[in-house]
Ligand binder design. Structure first.
Ligand code: MN
Length: 271
């Protein structure tokens, strides 16, 4: 995995105190570039110039500690828009905690295949819920399930389109197969969407734009930086990293997983 950059996570308290005292913006912001999130002090005086960032977060899978670390790293502020690519829940240690943060932060997300599966399981009689999903479903409240059930298949933002897994290039969004929106990784030789990670071409490599698409779902491929498609699933729950893309700069930031919470599907298939 290459191309990851990490922002300085801490601005010294001394610097903040100084800024508050003189009430002026700092750094690039002061020079009008607007790349840097303004401090609370600068917002007061320069509210009309606040850079409204869009922060898109890759597959969290219940990794709430890493999500907190990424949130701090991004210095998410009230002028920012926070959006997730889905697969908020399952596999990791704290799915309910991730959804609680979504609510508290007023964040949005598209629906991932695991989010959809959690909702589907809630509708089944308990004995019909697959064994590996029982603990997850039991950990989620009615409020949590309602949040997951309400997630859209895509989100069209002013700075791009967010889907969980991918799209078939050349086909209108409304005509895409909902299953593929949540599950595809590649295109086969006929240009059809496929969930296969092992064969075919990454769909993002074949996607010609012009709209920027942000997506997740393909941990094995890692960070995907195509001209018009950015894949943000860097396998946090498998011990990789949790990654966000900050728009409009397209800056990639990430934090390491505290540990591997589950084996990769590669490892499972080898067992
Ligand atoms: Mn997924």
């Amino acid at each position: 995995m290459t191309g990851l950059s990490v922002l300085p996570s801490v601005v010294s308290l001394r610097e903040r105190a100084c800024e508050s005292a003189i009430c002026r913006p700092r750094g690039e912001w002061a020079r009008g570039i607007g790349r840097q999130r303004p401090t609370a002090a600068s917002r007061i005086g320069y509210a009309d110039r606040v850079a409204d960032r869009t922060i898109v977060v890759g597959d969290v899978h219940g990794c709430s500690s890493e999500l907190d670390a990424l949130y701090r790293l991004c210095e998410v502020g009230p002028g920012d828009e926070l959006v997730f690519v889905g697969d908020l829940v399952a596999k990791g240690p704290d799915s309910a905690g991730v959804l609680a943060r979504m609510r508290a932060w007023n964040a949005r997300s598209v629906r991932g295949n695991h989010d959809a599966a959690a909702v589907a399981c809630r509708l089944l009689p308990e004995h019909q819920v697959p064994v590996h999903r029982r603990a997850l479903v039991a950990s989620l409240s009615d409020q949590d399930l309602a949040l997951l059930a309400g997630l859209p298949l895509w989100l069209r933002l002013s700075r791009g389109l967010v889907v969980h897994a991918g799209i078939v290039p050349g086909l209108a969004l409304e005509r895409q197969d909902p299953y593929l929106l949540m599950n595809m990784r590649t295109l086969d030789e006929q240009g059809r969407g496929s969930r296969s990670a092992a064969t075919g071409q990454l769909w993002g490599a074949a996607y010609p734009g012009p709209e920027l698409i942000l997506f997740g779902h393909h941990a094995r491929a890692g960070l995907q930086l195509h001209p018009f498609a950015l894949g943000l699933d860097t396998g946090c729950v498998y011990g990789g990293r949790l990654t966000a893309c900050i728009l409009p700069e397209r800056r990639i930031v990430s934090v390491p997983a505290r540990r591997a919470y589950t084996a990769t599907s590669d490892a499972r298939s080898r067992r």
